[in-house]
Design a protein around this ligand. Structure first.
Ligand code: SAH
Length: 457
């Protein structure tokens, strides 16, 4: 290591920033996160810096004097003019203060790292200048791992530390903190339930050990099939999971976000084989949770839309296992984005119906008459194979043959394809274009009055 990372105590210590323009302002913003006493040294200050001085958060001197650096923790040279920076770097060196010079690594004693700030949890990333782009990538990865509010939980843990030391036996403390940051308290806190997190922690402390360490099931929406369309919360659940049960249509890259030692179990349909029966899926997820594992049931799109989530949730309830839903981007949303269009449009489509033309044998068909109302976008899932029957049913229910239909396959993935046709031509388009699954159809039934008005205009 040519540089060594340390966390400097900053409260009350002086930091000198030499410069009065944007470069200096950038360093000032960084230092404002600390409790350092900021001194700005420049002939003149740009407005943001002047405002800091006016507020009393920084002081201003026009020239470096020998006593300026006495006892200073750091100096930043940031005038924006390389020659002036080099001259001032010399002044700092003479004063013996640890110095950072913007864009001049050869003049620096110290470098500023990429920072992930969940104060009091702070992650600093540096590459000794060799690969700043990599440092940013690492920063992004760490940012996604640590929910924005995590710092408050860390601070709460800090406040409870003495209490834990007093009431939780030393042999149980590691397990207590592991639970605090991986189990119920962290989950409650991450979803904004700070009081609940505090309550869980305090009651566990009162009992002298970690709270429930029993398993937990997250029904996580993976999004429409590309790795960057899952939510940050979904990624966190993947990273915490002991076992992941995943579906067909889930982007395999997503599984790479899980811990290397997490078990991955495919419960979807293999080509030419039957899918796992739902009962068997319910059985394995509840059994894993009962064994104390953190279970992720990763489903394509949103777990609440045609995903049999209700059955899995009910199975968890019946087994007395704590569970949650982590929402995802559903296929209809991904399809609209692919089309550069919108699911609702004021005045044209005020209603959005998510439906399917395919129901269990014996179940009644959808009430097409009730669905095919002017002012509606009908998003039809799992329906490509039934395009002809759906066309007949909708036209039979009064939908105009000329209604626009958009078909999107692989929405949200690199293989996305779109087709635009009419309700009357739907089945022909599906057949002629060999539309393949996964595909969704959006049938547009605009408000009649609007259509008429537009035609007349
Ligand atoms: N829970 C999923 C839906 C599962 S049902 C969601 O919220 O999106 C499976 C159907 O979803 C497919 O038949 C297809 O109609 C639709 N679907 C899923 N992923 C899709 C994608 N990437 N593009 C288009 N349609 C998709």
């Amino acid at each position: 290591m040519k540089t060594f990372p340390m966390f400097l105590k900053m409260a009350g210590r002086r930091v000198v920033i030499l410069g009065g323009g944007e470069e200096a302002a950038r360093k000032a913003r960084l230092m404002l996160k600390t409790e350092a006493e900021i001194v700005l040294c420049a002939p003149a200050l740009e407005p943001e810096l002047a405002a800091l001085v006016a507020r009393g958060r920084a002081t201003h001197v026009t020239k470096p004097t020998p006593d300026l650096f006495a006892g200073a923790a750091l100096a930043f040279v940031a005038t924006g003019a390389p020659e002036e920076d080099a001259r001032l770097a010399g002044v700092c060196r003479e004063a013996g203060v640890v110095t950072n010079v913007v864009d001049a690594p050869e003049l620096c004693d110290a470098f500023t790292p990429s920072i992930v700030d969940r104060d009091p949890l702070v992650v600093a990333i540096g590459t000794e200048g060799a690969a700043p782009v990599l440092a940013r990538q690492v920063k992004t990865a760490v940012e996604t791992m640590l929910e924005p509010r995590l710092g408050d939980l860390v601070a709460l843990a800090g406040r409870l530390r003495d209490e834990v030391a007093a009431r939780v036996a030393p042999a149980k403390r590691r397990a207590f903190w592991a639970w605090a940051f991986q189990g119920g308290p962290r989950r409650a806190h991450a979803r904004g339930a700070e009081d609940e997190a505090a309550r869980l922690l305090k009651s566990a402390i009162a009992r002298g050990g970690a709270g429930e360490t029993g398993g937990f099931v997250s029904l996580v929406g993976a999004g429409p099939g590309s790795r960057d369309l899952i939510t940050l919360r979904g990624v966190q659940r993947l990273q915490e999971a002991d076992v992941i049960f995943y579906d067909r249509l889930v982007d395999p890259d997503l599984l790479e976000l899980a811990r290397r030692d997490a078990e991955r179990v495919y419960v979807g349909k293999a080509p030419g084989a039957h899918s796992w029966p739902q009962d068997r899926i319910n059985g394995v997820i509840t059994a894993a949770a009962r064994a104390g594992k953190r279970v992720v049931r990763l489903k394509c799109g949103d777990p609440g839309v045609f995903a049999r989530g209700a059955e899995e949730g009910a199975a968890c309830e019946a087994a007395g296992i704590a569970w949650e839903i982590v929402p995802g981007v559903t296929a209809a949303s991904a399809a609209a984005a692919e089309l550069g269009g919108f699911l609702t449009e004021r005045g044209l489509y005020d209603s959005l119906v998510l439906t399917t033309g395919v129901v269990r044998p014996g179940d009644p068909a959808p009430d097409w008459g009730g669905l095919a109302r002017p002012g509606t976008t009908l998003a039809l899932y799992m329906s490509v194979g039934a395009a002809g029957a759906i066309r007949d049913a909708l036209i039979g229910a009064g939908a105009p043959e000329g209604s626009a239909v958009e078909i999107v396959s692989g929405a949200g993935t690199a293989e996305a394809r779109i087709w635009r046709t009419s309700l009357g031509g739907l089945a022909e388009t599906v057949a002629a274009e060999r539309v393949e699954n996964p595909a969704i159809m959006l049938v547009r039934l605009p408000k009649a009055a609007v259509v008429a008005a537009r035609a007349a205009a």
